[in-house]
Ligand binder design. Structure first.
Ligand code: CDP
Length: 225
């Protein structure tokens, strides 16, 4: 049987993965997995439970038992809509810290793979192409300069009425990149067969167009003859 196709979009914070993944999935009619949201959910649930960000076994337990649902763009944790709360930079930083722990990462593996449903999946994160879906039909590694990413994140937060400071955002992003790239478990590195795309000087439409073109080529070449 033909495997359900996966398009993996990995890259650093605020490189635009989420926006691109959602748009590409919309055009292809595929499902979406925003894997960062799972790490953010563990960060939030553990914060609420008073679990330290270094307590690996308790964090893995929280990850395994997460009662999370993704519904029409909303993220529900144990029956409560936490969509907005998850977006905060504090939760993002805590997510990056807990995401370095191997036991927690393996506790989330099956949950991520369960998103692979027909007709296909677009998955965004750090290790979609390297660890979670190594057989993805297309792997994209999306980057942008730290300045461009910081100003995108600044605008995103401002649009939501969240106060932010460009210099500290930029510092946080660089710090998070470094931690994500240097960790031993599933570090942020492009898969050897990933297509690298620098979106610093590209519009969202241009990046979506480029990914769709690659996706169509790959998906067509996988069709049985
Ligand atoms: O939006 P942003 O890129 O800032 O963060 P995110 O994609 O929501 O992910 C939050 C954190 O979770 C990241 O800083 C990563 O450390 C971690 N993460 C990961 O380790 N593996 C993934 N597949 C996705 C996210």
């Amino acid at each position: 049987m033909k495997p359900v196709p996966v398009i993996a979009i990995d890259g650093p914070s605020a490189s635009g993965k989420g926006t691109i993944a959602a748009r590409v999935a919309g055009v292809l009619g595929f499902h979406v997995l925003e894997s960062g949201a799972l790490y953010r959910l563990v960060a939030l649930a553990s914060l609420r439970a008073g679990v330290a960000e270094t307590d690996e076994s308790s964090l893995a337990g929280i990850a395994a038992g997460l009662e999370a649902r993704f519904l029409d763009g909303k993220i529900i944790l144990s029956g409560e809509d936490v969509t907005e709360e998850l977006r905060g930079e504090g939760i993002g930083n805590r997510a990056s810290a807990v995401a370095a722990l191997p036991a927690l990462r393996s506790a989330l593996l099956d949950r991520q793979r369960a998103f692979r449903q027909p007709p296909g999946l677009v998955a965004d994160g750090r290790d979609m192409g390297t660890v979670v879906f190594p057989d993805a039909a297309l792997k994209v590694f999306l980057t942008a300069s730290v300045q461009v990413r910081a100003s995108r994140r600044y605008k995103q937060l401002n649009d939501k009425g969240i106060h932010a400071n460009l210099a500290s955002l930029s510092r946080d992003l660089a710090e998070r990149d470094e931690r994500d790239a240097k960790r031993a478990a599933a570090p942020l590195v492009p898969a050897p067969d990933a297509v690298q795309l620098d979106s610093s000087d590209l519009s969202v439409d241009e990046v979506v167009g480029a990914v769709l073109k690659l996706a169509r080529e790959k998906l067509e070449s996988q069709q049985p003859r």
